[in-house]
Design a protein around this ligand. Structure first.
Ligand SMILES: Nc1ncnc2c1ncn2[C@@H]1O[C@H](COP(=O)(O)OP(=O)(O)O)[C@@H](O)[C@H]1O
Ligand SMILES: [Mg+2]
Length: 246
């Protein structure tokens, strides 16, 4: 593993053949499938808000979590990373699926999930074996891989720390799709190893109390803010007015 990390600075992501079919991309990856849509615009806004925060302090590794499963961490992570890659083609952007139990990044982007972070953290493969470039974009990604027997142990291991250190050197921006906060200790532990944390909240589904519990769980981690996922577009009066004016 040490050797793996020594070489990790020299990332040459390979193109994944499995990603050649654009139809395999989930249509919810609107930053790619419908870049002119209002939804895609929201992800770009989120990205530019992060950019403004970066003017105040450098933030390379930004992770996303949510109180419960199914709130939209993966859809948000993928769209945010894609928005980043499209906005700054000269930057090296990496998306990492760290939800080892229910990794969804590969399926969302229509690529294979054979090897990924799980295999890397178990020492079976090297970083360069698992980093893939997504289609023709500048976006590099690491899938979750095959769920290990003890995901919490793997994520809390020194190897994960080393991995984050290595990707900090090899990339300009890293987005990490974390496990949900309340069922497991992982997000709270990893939340302390990243530069910023976003809490995804499923609009009209997650109770406020649950969100509060998640925030308490993450105490001390650099929580940047919340992302309200699945809100109705007409809930944004700014957008509605803008559409009317055209
Ligand atoms: N904004 C959205 N609009 C419509 N469907 C969504 C949205 N966000 C997530 N979903 C759907 O909800 C489900 C859970 O989302 P996902 O991103 O996989 O959640 P998580 O990674 O937090 O478990 C998926 O089927 C996904 O496609
Ligand atoms: Mg997910």
């Amino acid at each position: 593993m040490d050797q793996t990390m020594e070489r990790a600075g020299n990332f040459l992501p390979r193109v994944d053949e499995g990603s050649a079919n654009p139809n395999a991309v989930d249509r919810r990856v609107v930053t790619l499938t419908a870049p002119a849509s209002a939804a895609a615009e929201q992800y770009r806004s989120l990205y530019y808000r992060l950019e403004r925060m970066r003017e105040l302090r450098p933030m390379k590794v930004v992770a996303l979590t949510s109180a419960m499963p199914g709130e939209g961490k993966t859809v948000t992570s993928v769209n945010l990373a894609m928005a980043a890659a499209r906005a700054n083609p000269e930057r090296r952007i990496l998306l990492v699926d760290a939800d080892l139990r229910r990794g969804g990044v590969a399926a969302t982007l229509g690529v294979r999930n054979k090897t990924g972070l799980a295999e890397l953290l178990s020492g079976e493969v090297e970083v360069r074996d698992v980093v893939r470039r997504f289609n023709s974009t500048r976006l590099a990604l690491i899938a979750a891989g095959t769920p290990p027997e003890e995901p919490s142990q793997v994520l809390a291991s020194p190897r994960m720390k080393q991995f984050l250190k290595a990707v900090r050197e090899g990339f300009d921006e890293v987005y990490v799709d974390l496990p949900p906060t309340l069922p497991f200790a992982d997000a709270a532990i990893l939340g302390h190893q990243v530069d910023g944390l976003l809490l995804v909240i499923r609009a009209n589904v997650t109770p406020g109390k649950t969100v509060h519990q998640a925030v308490e769980h993450l105490a001390g981690a650099p929580l940047l803010g919340c992302v309200l996922n699945g809100a109705e577009v007409h809930a944004s009066p700014y957008l509605k007015n803008y559409e009317k004016q055209r």
